[in-house]
Design a protein around this ligand. Structure first.
Ligand code: NAD
Ligand code: DAU
Length: 353
């Protein structure tokens, strides 16, 4: 079996759902259930013995050690993190605690467990750390995309905390020989994305008749990847990645924010036209910029493509259409997130492990 951390969040939950749709191998899912953790996303796994959910913190060394000893996973995939840049600007402390201190405790527990494995179990074991392109900093308009050897230049408390975690993971490989893999991915979008991030926020605000807040001039560039393509990349790196290596993950989809917002509006105009005949784009409102806002990210994914033969399945056009349609088809998931009712799910459906 594998141990997934942060598997009730956006990417982790998509990963768990896809994993169990394709493998018989069980998943132990350790998640603290912060505001970003949503067990309703995993409702389709209710009663599935291959999914063992445990509410807890990656920084709880005793708990992680117990789970490792009990379940003897062949791999740990670490998604657990505080992930929202704006929140890191308003309050960095949780980011330091989970992304740095938590990752450290997780590494220590995994090192002790791996140290006790023998033979083929020890050889096969992997820790895959999921990271972000934001650790590389911001690109100028004509700069080449980030490669794995790009200098680390994080600019927000979030990206600085992720950079620190990447360095710890790297150090545990070099110092202790821990069999690690790191992936640095660009911006994800898709089903179950918490509506504080750009794309889901624009969809839910548009449908609610609210303003669509675009920071600054809206010309910041992000490189978008459909979440299920990120999940397939992680599975491939876990399967065949070289130990100690870093793999950048991206789909060559650079777009300015304002283009993203206009695309979402145009899709909603087509799929759920406003009752008054107006266009959703009329709700766009330019607002104050994010402090220290990185201007451009772009991922060079050639290493992953050439070495491991990975390719995304979705284009931006197909992925964004699926995403908008998913939000239109799942109003209950959205409503429960907005009302806070999703946080009651754990008490109703799970008992503490
Ligand atoms: P998310 O915020 O949606 O989910 C994070 C999950 O981690 C939540 O379920 C939360 O409850 C859990 N968590 C937080 N602190 C924890 C702790 N101390 N112990 C255990 N669980 C904890 O984040 P996401 O967007 O799914 O991102 C997952 C990972 O991928 C993060 O490491 C993030 O840095 C990275 N990443 C995200 C993106 C993106 O576009 N969202 C892109 C590249 C990399
Ligand atoms: O690049 C990978 C990163 O992508 C991940 O590591 C982070 O966890 C993830 O949150 C995401 O970070 P961003 O800051 O790029 O994502 P966000 O959705 O918050 O913002 C995307 C862009 O849209 C960014 O330039 C800020 C802008 N924006 C965002 C919001 C929420 C707006 O213009 N208006 C908004 O309301």
């Amino acid at each position: 079996m594998i141990l997934v951390t942060g598997g009730a969040g956006f990417i982790g939950a998509n990963f768990v759902l896809d994993w169990l749709a394709q493998h018989h191998e069980p998943v132990v899912n350790l998640d603290k259930l912060t505001y970003a953790g949503n067990l309703e996303t995993l409702a389709s796994l209710q009663g599935d013995a291959r999914h063992v959910f445990v509410q807890g913190d990656i920084g709880d060394a005793a708990l992680v050690a117990r789970l490792l000893a009990e379940h003897r996973p062949r791999a740990v995939v670490n998604f657990a993190a505080e992930s929202h840049v704006d929140r890191s600007i308003h309050g960095p402390e949780d980011f330091i605690q989970t992304n740095i201190v938590g990752t450290f405790h997780l590494l220590e527990a995994v090192r002790a467990y791996w140290g006790g494995l023998q033979g083929t179990e020890r050889e096969a074991f992997r820790l895959l750390h999921v990271s972000t392109d934001e650790v590389y900093g911001s690109l100028g308009k004509d700069d080449p995309a980030f490669t794995e050897t790009h200098r680390y230049e994080p600019n927000s408390p979030y990206s600085a905390s992720k950079a620190a975690s990447d360095h710890l993971v790297r150090a545990y490989h070099h110092t202790y020989g821990l069999p690690v893999l790191t992936t640095n991915c660009s911006n994800n979008y898709g089903p179950f994305h918490f509506p504080e991030k750009l794309i889901p926020l624009m969809i839910v605000n548009a449908l609610a008749g609210k303003a669509l807040p675009v920071y600054g001039d809206g010309m910041q560039v992000r490189d978008w990847l459909y979440v299920k393509d990120h999940c397939s990349a992680i599975r491939r790196v876990l399967e065949a990645g070289r130990l100690g290596e870093v793999y950048n993950v991206g789909g060559w989809n650079e777009k300015p924010n304002i283009e993203i917002v206009n695309t979402v509006c145009a899709l909603l105009d087509e799929l759920r036209p406003r009752a008054d005949g107006q266009r959703y784009a009329s709700q766009i409102s330019f607002v104050a910029d994010r402090p220290g806002h990185d201007r451009r990210y772009a991922i060079d994914a050639r290493k992953l493509e050439a070495e491991l033969g990975w390719k995304p399945a979705e284009t931006f056009e197909s992925g964004i259409r699926k995403t908008v349609q998913w939000y239109l088809d799942n109003p209950d998931w959205v409503a429960h997130v907005q009302s806070g009712a999703y946080r009651e799910w754990v008490g109703k459906h799970y008992s503490p492990a």
